[in-house]
Design a protein around this ligand. Structure first.
Ligand code: FAD
Length: 554
């Protein structure tokens, strides 16, 4: 192939496609790069769409990160918007294009990037075609939703994942009355249930109605509005319904071209993003990729992986063996809804228990910075790790402040192959406005090594066995507000003098607000000969995360 005249066609010009094209140009000034995009916009900020609807982003033009003209000027890329790739002839290496006005032509390529993304799922439900049932993928979808937003109107958001929750917040910001319908018994089904509770209470406090454990069965449109019928028989009246129940890879084109797809319809690629067809790379939401933690394949429809995969493909196309392979994805994701943030990296307990892989759970609650410094807010962290090696398998974090910092440290730790033991001595930045001398990340390491060394036996749910003595070591006023059935109150400072009140022949589970004092209590009881477990994470439900917690032993 003559490098001077290399013809490169990119199908889909947003995250992966635009990233690929830009990198190709930086590596090869002579390539002829054409981006084919079926929509009217190229390289736009799809992640920003909800924030324009809610008015946090005020200028629509800020979302059009690039235009065909700016890409021509900056990178000498030929961009053809409103043009769809409708057929790939991978033998003759050409792609059939159809423009908005119906004109059809073939374009030859030496190499292609297939980055068509994924489309929101629209199940074939009764009434789904009603124009008030809306999805959000591009600027036109965003405009349609925005036109229907007005104070006092009602919206039903179907699906409480990342985009659904962002939409619920933004519609609420605009004065709409919002109801969320979610098939799972929790919001944010990407997280384990206990880590989603704070988000759930935040939504409820803000007046968002939740129908959890219920699915959408159909829609009935009338002149005045639309009725969303749920599987349970409940009906919700609305002016608009937003469908955010996940995405499906747009791989019809690839499939018809004979490109190999995985079991859920994603394009199979190797570590350099090469598909099964000669000269065709693929990246982004349309592909499956290696699971960076437990191997095998996974599909991660997120902006970061899409952009980085596009870059890997470009490197391989232009630099060949000098390119660095894509290491796989970990699914690091975060969402902010009102005052609460929540996110995850790596695997959840739900995934691990389904995979059959052994794991240990560590749950720690602590302030996001020194408790004595004004503004400290609670954080909750759950970390999953491998029992033999202490390798970190996944982490989830939720709270009001500092969630992103802890998630990113954990994502970096996982990528760097650190163990829970290594977390004990991570030297993280500390001054009272920023953190604690022992950051919650260090505490996760301490707790895990305590678990490994049998200094504490942690339980993650309260025992149902009546033979177990539940010892709540919180101060009496807190105990009086709420305590689990059957618990007895022995405030921690009095515990050493009151051991005789406990039956040494029966097991004990210690309880506190956050899991720390119950650990201290368990240590006293274990050394006094009791068979004791500590309720890890504590009874957080009774704690307002806005209130800093005094940590007398820090
Ligand atoms: P896309 O960016 O979807 O681009 C694919 C393009 O291909 C589309 O424009 C499509 O029109 C075009 N196309 C498809 N078929 C053809 C064809 N046959 N011919 C020509 N063109 C075609 N991710 C995060 O990590 N963080 C976030 O906060 C976040 N927020 C999001 C919010 C919203 C509302 C949405 C919709 C997504 C969000 N994402 C977020 C996901 C992220 O945007 C995607 O993972 C990412 O854009 C995928 O990149 P891609 O290049 O694979 O596909």
């Amino acid at each position: 192939m003559n490098k001077e005249s290399r013809k490169i066609v990119v199908v889909g010009g947003v995250a992966a496609g635009a990233s690929f094209a830009a990198r190709v140009r930086r590596l090869d000034e002579n390539a002829k790069v054409t981006i084919i995009e079926k929509g009217p916009d190229v390289s736009f900020a799809n992640c920003g769409l909800p924030y324009y609807i809610g008015g946090e982003i005020t200028d629509r033009n800020d979302l059009a990160v690039q235009t065909p003209e700016s890409l021509k000027g900056l990178l000498n890329l030929d961009v053809r918007t409103n043009t769809e790739a409708i057929e790939i002839d991978s033998v003759e290496k050409r792609v059939k294009l159809r423009s908005l006005d119906g004109e059809v032509e073939w374009l030859c390529y030496d190499a292609m990037m297939l980055s068509p993304g994924a489309a929101p799922i629209r199940p074939p439900l009764p009434g789904i075609e009603d124009e008030r049932v809306l999805i959000l993928r591009n600027l036109q979808d965003m405009d349609r939703i925005k036109e229907n937003v007005a104070e006092g109107k009602k919206a039903v958001v179907i699906g409480a994942g990342f985009i659904g929750l962002e939409m619920a917040e933004q519609l609420h910001r605009q004065g709409m009355s919002v109801t969320i319908v979610e098939l799972q018994e929790q919001v944010l089904p990407q997280l384990d249930p206990e880590l989603a509770l704070l988000m759930q209470s935040e939504l409820e406090q803000k007046g968002i109605k939740l129908h959890l454990g219920d699915g959408i069965a159909g829609f009935r449109g009338a002149q005045a509005g639309i009725t969303c019928d749920l599987a349970s028989g409940i009906s919700c009246e609305a002016d608009i319904a937003i469908l955010s129940i996940g995405v499906r890879p747009e791989t019809r084109l690839a499939s018809e071209a004979g490109i190999k797809l995985g079991p859920r319809g994603h394009i199979i690629v190797d570590e350099f993003q090469r598909s099964s067809a000669d000269g065709i790379y693929a990246a982004g939401d349309a592909v499956e990729t290696a699971d960076r933690i437990i191997g095998g394949s996974t599909a991660v429809p997120l902006g970061g992986p899409a952009n980085r995969q596009g870059r890997v493909a470009a490197d391989h196309l232009i630099m060949g063996n000098k390119a660095r392979p894509y290491p796989g994805s970990m699914g690091t994701a975060i969402v902010r809804v009102f005052d609460v943030a929540a996110g995850l990296t790596g695997l959840t307990e739900r995934c691990l228990s389904q995979s059959g892989k052994p794991y240990v759970v560590t749950i720690v609650n602590d302030n996001h910075h020194a408790g004595y410094y004004p503004g400290a807010k609670m954080l909750a962290m759950k970390v999953l790790w491998e029992p033999d090696t202490m390798k970190i398998l996944g982490a989830q974090v939720t709270g009001l402040e500092g969630v992103d910092k802890r998630l990113d440290v954990m994502a970096t730790a996982i990528a760097g192959g650190l163990t829970m033991e290594d977390l004990c001595h991570l030297e993280l930045s500390y001054a009272p406005p920023f953190g604690s001398a022992k950051d919650i990340i260090n505490l996760c390491g301490f707790t895990a090594t305590n678990q490994r060394d049998n200094l504490v036996s942690a339980v993650h749910s309260l025992p149902q066995d009546n033979n177990v003595q539940l010892v709540d070591v919180r101060p009496k006023p807190l105990f009086d507000v709420y305590h689990p059935d059957g618990a007895i109150n022995i405030p921690f400072p009095t515990l050493r003098c009151r051991l005789d009140e406990l039956d040494r022949s029966r097991p004990v589970t210690t309880i506190c607000a956050l899991g720390k004092m119950s650990y201290f209590a368990a240590r006293i009881l274990q050394q006094a000969g009791f068979n004791v477990t500590s309720y890890s994470g504590g009874i957080r439900g009774s704690i307002d995360p806005r209130t800093p917690v005094k940590q007398p032993f820090n």
